[in-house]
Write a protein that binds this ligand. Sequence first.
Ligand code: SF4
Length: 871
Amino acid sequence: MSNDNVDAYIEKFATELLPPDDFMFPFPPYEIQRDFMGELYMALEKKKLAIFESPTGTGKSLSLICGAFSWLRDHEEREVCQLQAALKNIEEENLALANEEAAGGDWLSTQVKQVATNNIKFAIRKQLDAICKEEKRISEIRTRIRSKEENRKEYRKNKSLTALDEDSSESGPIEDSELILEDDTNDENEEENDEGDDVEPPVKIIFCSRTHSQLAQFIGEIQRTTFNNSFRVVPMGSRQNCCVNKAVKNLKSLSLMNEKCLDMVKSTEKSKTKDESGKVTKKSKSSKSCPFLKNTQALKESIVSEVMDLEEIVKKGEALGGCPYYATRGATADSQVIVVPYNILLHKSTRESSQLKIKNSIIIVDEAHNLLETVSHIHSSEVSGRQLSQALSQLVQYKSKYVKLFSSSNLLSINQVIFVLKSLIKFLDGKSSVSEAEKVKPDTTLYTVSEFILSAGIDNYNLFKIVEFCRKNKISHKIRCFAEKYPGLNITPKTAPPKKPGIKSFLQEIAQEKNKKKKGREEILETPKSDNETPPIEGQPLIPTLAFLECLTMSYKEGRIVVSKQATLGNSSVKYLLLDPASVMKEIVQEARSVILAGGTMKPFSEFRDRLFLACGADESRIVDFSCGHVIPKENILPLVVPVGPTGQTLEFTFQKRNDPALIGELGRLLVNVCNIVPAGVVCFFPSYDYENRIYQFLEDDGLLKRIASKKKIFREPKTSSQVDVVLKEYADSARRKPGGALMFSVVGGKLSEGLNFSDDLGRCVVVVGMPYPNLTSPELKEKLKFLNDTVGPHAGQEYYENCCMKAVNQCIGRAVRHKNDFATVLLLDRRYQATNHVQLLPKWISASLQIQNKFGPVLGLLGKFFRDRR
Ligand code: SF4
């Protein structure tokens, strides 16, 4: 009996699910929340690709959880009911056949039918038994873990963390034998296993968001619901977030952590003795293995028994002495919900190495407003000429140290890597430094991947094999250990003459090789004329170098290489750019049961519909969208387009006009007026740091800044992330101080424009100065627009350009008004905001109340009334 026949039989008993009356929301939901959950439930039931827009502060996460978890619960129950109904029916059919035979029917044909029905019955019973067995197993794990939890304090006393910490540090110095490439590069580690299972996997929810703190918040929301007690939720992270072994954690670079950990796992595997059947019989103690691997199973069971965020799992891992990284990976098989950051889901090779299975899953991407840009960003990679030179320097020294110990095939591979790096350096017109007189105009050129590979002269090499060789041999890790073991060799090769260190000597080497083969182009290959010191090696130059090479193997059609040739090699760079994110999202869209893109401001929906779902080959009938209003009353938000300033000057901050002193002065006077009327905090967004700086300087010189400062304390967005918290705290204190408040000069797309919360007094007015269009002179943007015009349609590039701008504006607007009792005003300062196409790209809850005031007086009147009414 084939699986198809059984499936077809069971399918006859399928029922369609309808949204429940009670979504187990932790409190009575608002109408918009009920609508959201109902729409989501049906989108999952009907296997849709959906775009969900729900403004911040409307309980989006809880709505996602209750809608999706309710559906999964009902779906699992339905599966059991369906099997039971099918079993009951087939038993009745069997009985009827037996009666037919007993009544003297055709025994032969009855027998044939009975064999068939028995086979179906057997297959259905097997499926039901498997479900019961699985439920029993999970329930036993939970009982066991709960009883263990009660003894946890005792356990901690006996198995102190300190002992593990001491164990975990690397014992002994690095041995040369550890640095040599091994022949067996086909060695499989557990990250590379692929079961290749044909059976349809059970439906799981894969929830994905941008940052770990957003994921932790999401898990916190699950813990608030009744699903907390019944669902198995497993968060995943990189080793950077999960590792508890200090010796590995301290490596800082994720790539190095990965390679070091894999080395330790391999050591553990090697220390196991297996009997003839392959069963592990004995483990010898390996000084290089990770001590946290041994209690991973206990931690895994704990994860399956209780909903925890990654931080809680890491703490538990430290307490139990188990590895959170491998425990979470192991627990995904038993999970119903997997919670992952963007890169684990969206980056194909990370997804594969994490064994995250997409087939039949429900993918929910939160904060999806910038999904396409994020996918492009994740799959892009840049390496500078300095990094290439330093990586080459390290590799050549490494090779010369161990050349006699390498097998011929490893030597060949490492020579190939060296050749490729030399070729890339040569392609960047390798000059490590030049005098002022020699400086040439920087030059940026775009290539397709195949053009680049040909132009750089690396077309004779199989880059897939080279990348695979580096990955499997953990080259970055070996080079790091090599540099650590022989610090003196790190920059200057032993063979190099004393006055020609690092880059120079290798450039000379390239030049000499080239000269041997062919005369000419000496001007490119000659060593730099200036004798500046070669800078020390910073970080791990091989890591971005290999990441770039890996990108070259990814996608030929949709990738471009931006080659930036500067006056010196060190400042030159090559960058892989992924133009079409749909090319890497295809697998997700095609294999998942449903894909839900959720965000506070998802406008324009067409971007996701056309450039993602349809571009991935989805049928139009599968795509749905849903936009819900805000929980705040309409009257609590006052959005205004302000086309003119206090003296009637037109506000138009185009690139050509925005430096006009009259315009900047008008802006200053406008801000003085706004700060006079608006209480508490005002956040003013500028299109760029440069422009913010220019305005600030102008207002300072003009005395207008002083007038503003007499009303509100002025803050400026810091450029470095480390200062954000300090500045924000001071701003918050000042904004809440009465009378007065604070004004924050901020930048669109900067540190404060996304993810930060300017609720209540922190943001009573959001001002957006001008329209933040991306820089049209950028070769990368030009290429992207051209690509869209060529592939999607003649206006696609322009649409994308407009969308980029308005999406950035929407993010700024979304910083204020964060909950139902909040209230704020929004001022869009540019006459171009009046255009219908721009108004249409605003969130519905803004465009519905938007007012366009052609005179500035009424703007002040409306602002004054708005805040008087809310005193
Ligand atoms: S096994 Fe786990 S704890 Fe040990 S090094 Fe790897 S990630 Fe870290």
